[in-house]
Design a binder for this molecule. Structure first.
Ligand code: PLP
Length: 408
């Protein structure tokens, strides 16, 4: 008997899975795929953080169940980061909780606050958990544009007027995955005023707080006076310190929202492995030059990507932040859609990217390129793409007719 699980029915197959299957098939045939698909940081975790992990593993009793909300020293370290970076004061006991990566925290917050049928406002395109965390929890999503600004505020007004029942929460993600857009503090002020008037919960995903390439560090939503009355914000060590596999993130902000998340987590997990938490505290409390190095590396790759892809005939706007570029699909491939274009790039240029459609319908027309290979490999990708684009015009009609291109 084929079972029809209520939640699973609401989760469409991950678009990226299709590209991954394609990628695996080409690799199995010996292709050297340059993988700019997943946002999986390739840089090593700084040595002092790794050393702290090893030192702590070797101490007695660190193998025991840990604290679900995070050990006190780690919560204090996160509060200290908010104070020095954003000038935001947090009570480590009631306004900070450590999460198993920010994705887990986000999904469990959704579970904590969503009643069946609740409407949540979320951007499109966006990182999938921003919508599916709520859909898995029985909520309904109303889409908003990803671009901050006047258009966003107008769409927000309209969404509030026309949604029944009234939305309970708004998700914001700046710097944005996948669009790389930043928000200003002025924009945040408008959103906070609106949320106060409309009694909306604000959920901010600030995973890319430290990956910016100009002199404007992304602000925290909590910098707006009074935002803490209804705001919860997520940050992550995954990108900042190149610790994606360690699974360490945080939620901070409104004590009632933090308590709701902590309550759900207390039923589900015992906290991260204690040595991971101690090493995470060392990351936040220790020397911060390693963040500059991470940022400089991504910036170097970004610059190489923009210039070499441009020379190859593909104009990619330079992203102001994150570890991605959000690239329009070249005009002559637009009609194929971002998924088909991504497959063509894999097959004919041996380059993997993430199709924009995987981030929502308004991501169509773009692909996301992750800066997770070194400059040499990015130049190699550009050379392959140049060759592909050169031949593509002549061959495109064959491809569309289902015939293979001559070189691969
Ligand atoms: C916007 C955004 N939020 C959250 C995450 C998840 O990060 P973490 O590793 O902390 O779960 C990612 C990862 O790519 C992301 O892009």
């Amino acid at each position: 008997m084929k079972r029809d699980f209520h939640r699973i029915k609401r989760l469409p197959p991950y678009v990226f899975e299709e590209v991954n299957r394609f990628k695996a098939a080409f690799r199995a045939q010996g292709a050297d795929i340059i993988d700019l698909g997943m946002g999986n940081p390739d840089l090593p975790t700084p040595e002092h953080i790794r050393e702290k992990l090893i030192e702590t593993v070797n101490k007695p009793r660190t193998n025991r169940y840990s604290a679900s909300r995070g050990i006190p020293g780690l919560r204090r370290a996160q509060a200290a980061y908010y104070e020095r970076r954003f000038g935001v004061t947090l009570d480590p006991d009631t306004e900070v909780v450590a999460t198993l990566g920010s994705k887990e925290g986000f999904a469990n917050l959704a579970q904590a606050i969503t009643a069946p049928g609740d409407v949540i406002l979320a951007p499109n395109p966006t990182y999938p958990i921003h919508q599916f965390g709520f859909i898995m929890s029985g909520g309904v999503i109303r889409q908003l544009p990803a671009e901050p600004g006047d258009g966003f505020m107008r769409a927000l007004e309209r969404a509030m007027q026309h949604s029944v029942p009234k939305p309970i929460a708004l998700v914001l993600n700046y710097p944005s995955n996948p669009t790389c857009l930043n928000a200003s503090l002025d924009f945040y002020k408008q959103v906070v005023d609106f949320a106060r008037r409309e009694e909306l919960i604000l959920i901010s995903d600030l995973a890319y707080a430290e990956l910016y390439f100009d002199d404007n560090p992304p602000p925290s939503l909590l910098e707006v006076p009074g935002a803490k009355d209804f705001t919860i914000e997520f940050t992550s060590l995954s990108k900042t310190y190149s610790m994606p596999g360690w699974r360490m993130g945080f939620a901070v902000g409104n004590a009632e929202l933090i308590a709701a998340l902590a309550r759900v987590k207390s039923y589900l997990d015992y906290g991260a492995f204690t040595p991971v938490q101690v090493a995470a505290a060392a990351a936040l409390n220790g020397p911060q030059e390693c963040i500059d190095e991470v940022r400089t590396t991504y910036k170097g790759r970004r610059d190489v990507l923009v210039s070499s892809f441009g020379r190859a005939g593909w104009d990619v706007p330079p992203p102001p932040s994150t570890m991605f570029a959000w690239a329009p699909v070249p005009d002559r491939f637009r009609h194929l859609g971002s998924l088909e274009f991504s497959k063509l790039l894999l097959e004919h240029a041996e380059v993997a990217v993430a199709p924009g459609i995987g981030f929502g319908e308004h991501g169509e027309g773009h692909v996301r390129i992750a800066l997770v290979e070194n400059e040499h490999r990015i130049r190699q990708a550009a050379r392959n793409i140049r060759r592909f684009l050169g031949k593509a015009d002549a061959e495109l009609h064959n491809v569309m007719a289902g015939e293979p291109m001559p070189d691969r």
